[in-house]
Ligand binder design. Sequence first.
Ligand code: ADP
Length: 174
Amino acid sequence: MNKGILAVYPGSFDPPTNGHLDIVFRASCLFSKIIVAITENASKNHIFSLNKRIDLFQKITKNLKNVEVISFSGLLVNYLEKINSFILIRGLRALSDFEYEFQMALMNRKLNKKIETIFLMTDQAYTFISSNMIKEIAMLGGNIADFVPDCVEKELKKVCYCDLSKKIIQSSKY
Ligand code: ADP
């Protein structure tokens, strides 16, 4: 454990998956404190509100005493400077993640030389899990129980059920 080191795990987490949980659990064993920083990324079409994503991430990490979940807006490097943290945690799955993550790590370091991005390789059990894919499967009525924590599955089912009901009502109007 790196005593006294605060690390930040940023992301949109829409929704949090077992892959995210694995990364935050492993990071919490490496650093004294992890801040999960949830961003409201305007360019993404979120299924869950910022508050709901915070609530879900808090629920799934309630047993990890050195993990705090917050939201942030604006430039990540500014937030890091503000809380005096210079370690970013990111997860890496397949090669397809690499280019984007590499570019972002280099840009963050260009913006602030002190920042180091630490990549944790996904566990092979979670390599194919992405929030987007989980949303698609849920929307199409598939079983997502193996990919997300129970509370996330419950919330996704609620949203998808509402969505489906709206579509049925819409189509019955014509
Ligand atoms: P973004 O930050 O691009 O919105 P996410 O919120 O989905 O992406 O993910 C946050 C971080 O977690 C990213 O570094 C992403 O690569 C990583 N991640 C996402 N899914 C997994 C997974 N199944 N295993 C490991 N890392 C993951």
